[in-house]
Design a binder for this molecule. Sequence first.
Ligand code: CU
Length: 528
Amino acid sequence: MSSVNRRRFLGFAAAAGLAGAAGVALRGRRAASDPPFLPDPLFPNALRLPGSEDLFDIVDVTGTLTLVSTRVQQTIRPGKPATLLGYAVDLNGRAAVNPTLRMRRGARLIVRYWNALDEPSIVHWHGLEVDTNNDGHPHYAVGPGETYDYHFEVTNRAGTYWYHPHPHHLAGRQAYLGLAGCLIVEDEEELALQRALDFRLGATDIPLLIQDKRLTADGSLLYSPGAQERFQGYCGGDVLVNLTPRPCFDCESRAYRFRLVNGSNARIYRLAFLHQDSPLGFHVVGSDGGLLAAPAAASEVFLAPGERVDVVLDLSVADRGERVVLASLPFDAMHFSGVRGVHAGSVEIPENGAPLELMLIRVARRTRFELRLPDRLSFLPAPSAEDVATRRFVLDHARGAWRINGESYRMTETAFEVKRGAREVWEFSNPPPAMPHPVHIHGFQYRVLERIASPAHVQALAFDARGLSAAEAGWKDTVLLWPGETVRVLMDFTHPHHGYQIYIVQCHNLEHETHGMMVNFRISGQPD
Ligand SMILES: [Cu+2]
């Protein structure tokens, strides 16, 4: 881009909060003939659906995309438009903000990232198996007005991934102030499932980005952690779903697919769908890295920051007018300090583990529907760790910093090296007194082998003798490690990227990440 065009572009982005893009197509607008929305007194706001407005609009990625991180005007608190941060894409003069990027497995993602913030940033494609240059490592953060070009083939399985900022020390604040969006990968297997169950993105297949925020009276987002929150994690009192407070989703009496994404900085959810105050059973069909081998019945699931779970909820059992509430059931979040109930001004912020109501699902229309879920969804080889060496990680804290194996993050240092093509068991332990840590590994999807010494509320959800929950039977990139627990995962470092590659192991509690709970590792450049 010439400097003249660059100046023009910056002026355009600053004036309109937009970004430039080419080769993207738009799908999935709601029909104008939909019945009018009658507000529920407790959940008065219509859930934002991808494809129905500029926020989270569906963008089919078929060519080059320009994604700008910038200040955007959006209305979260009704009637109170406010400035937050967003990723903007220009669709022929109209902006999509935090677009839901949809693409085929094997397609190339060619993105010019433009940082129109007044501080450094970089985009991390959470869960994608890319090389270092495309991973959004904090070392590659670009300054205000600068660009970073991404160019890679999406080799991941079909599934729900997401993107968010990853600059050193700033990721938590930037993500909190609005920068996050979903990336949906599809393949033939996934499209067959969509056809079989009539799952349409934004209509019957709904990504739900769950984020707890602090909303001020003027409708803006407040990120101002005190000393304890800077260390333990920053929670908000308003749980937003797709940036909608107290959302209501009007549906038909049929099956829906919900792609649940925990985009919160620090809050863990114990998700359940309450129908007449008891949990309605659902089917887990996918995890972080795509479809499970077979649907797994569940009535609740823990979802930690960074994790995704793909569920099918059959509402054909409900009559018109019936209500189902997506809730987080109470649990002991096992925070070591025992400090309860942070106050933010006059507002009490519910502690991690407090019961919360997230969203109302209201059956607005009866329809004839019978759920016929396939017995098999995909092929997943059973993970085998025979003759595989173990590498151990201890997550702890000292002198106000979070550590992995005794070290707090040093951006330019590499803690250890792994041979390209090697298989290793990675064993994470979390000696108490401690906090839960969602362990995210960049660059690779992995399988969870075993949970050891789990707290009772985690054991209660064990799906098999290895202590895993239903959602942990598939591929994962983020796994929740509770205090006192040891979790073993199977890593396979086979990948197509040549030369040395640097990746990250981190806690996805973004305040823990900011306070050092992150480490670089290197894949050696030897051939397989
Ligand atoms: Cu942590």
